[in-house]
Design a protein. Structure first.
Length: 278
């Protein structure tokens, strides 16, 4: 399973180890750790942060997550999931995209040097996380420039220990946006995303969403076995993964009202099974 780090995890290694043994008793194996969503300043913990002090704190949090992953994960190549951050409007000029690209790649290479020297089995995987926000009563997609930039920038590094995470929920938000505003966009299906990410893909976050996935209640939804569109989506995704011989983990990522019952998780798993029958 994949778990998300909290700031407290770094201060209580013993509690983290107990969590590892508890999960082992349940027959679960930790294969990935997600870097904390927020730093101590309640700002997003991401790559390519432009504020030097926040960047230093974010990089330290990512490095601590790497150290924790080395302790907790019981797989050959533990995955550390990082949010891309530094998202800018497509309309920004004056070298904005190029500056973000250099910062993004420099941060990854600093982290690569860190794992190469101490934790060579760790895989760093950057998650696609475009944001949609309302500005002047209009919905806009905020991203590095285009939907495939993150995958392309990772690809340029040509490093087997650096890859990407494709969160289908975030992709769905942009796909829905493009269908409404940019129907000629290359990215109007999950297959187009998978094609762009294929060569760098280390992890899938399988999660459903509605609208532009810009609000909490619009993401982390289940795929429904009773919904033909959800069946088609899941079937298409797994068929593509089979074509590219994908052999990395898939995390079912859902929001749950009751985590003991995990009804949304159970429904998505049921949909996966149903998609193989059709």
């Amino acid at each position: 399973m994949e778990i998300q780090c909290l700031l407290d995890d770094f201060n209580d290694i013993q509690a983290s180890m107990e969590k590892k043994h508890w999960l082992r008793e349940l027959g679960m194996t930790i294969y990935a750790l997600h870097v904390p969503m927020k730093n101590k300043q309640e700002q997003s913990c991401t790559l390519a942060e432009t504020n030097p002090l926040l960047r230093k704190e974010n990089m330290n949090l990512i490095k601590k997550t790497i150290m924790l992953a080395d302790r907790l994960c019981e797989v050959v190549n533990p995955i550390v999931v990082i949010h891309a951050g530094g998202l800018i409007q497509e309309s920004e000029t004056s070298g904005g995209v190029q500056i973000k690209k250099e910062s993004f790649q420099n941060d990854l290479m600093e982290l690569r040097k860190f794992i190469q020297e101490r934790y060579p089995k760790i895989i760093l995987a950057v998650e696609n996380n475009p944001k949609v926000t309302e500005e002047n009563k209009k919905e806009l997609v905020f991203r590095y420039g285009y939907e495939d930039d993150i995958a392309q920038w990772v690809k340029e590094l040509r490093d087997p220990n650096i890859g990407t995470v494709l969160d289908t929920c975030h992709a769905i938000g942009v796909i829905n946006y493009n269908k409404q505003h940019y129907p000629r966009s290359e990215f109007v299906s999950i297959e187009s995303y998978l094609d762009a990410y294929a060569s760098t893909l280390k992890l899938i976050h399988l999660s459903n969403g509605i609208n532009f996935v810009s609000k909490r209640e619009e993401q982390g939804l289940p795929f429904l076995a009773t919904n033909p569109e959800d069946i088609t989506f899941v079937k298409g995704l797994f068929n593509f993964l089979n074509e590219i011989k994908y052999n990395h983990p898939i995390t079912i990522e859902t929001e749950e009202a009751d985590y003991d019952k995990a009804l949304n998780f159970v429904e998505t798993r049921k949909t996966i099974v149903e998609s193989f029958r059709r």
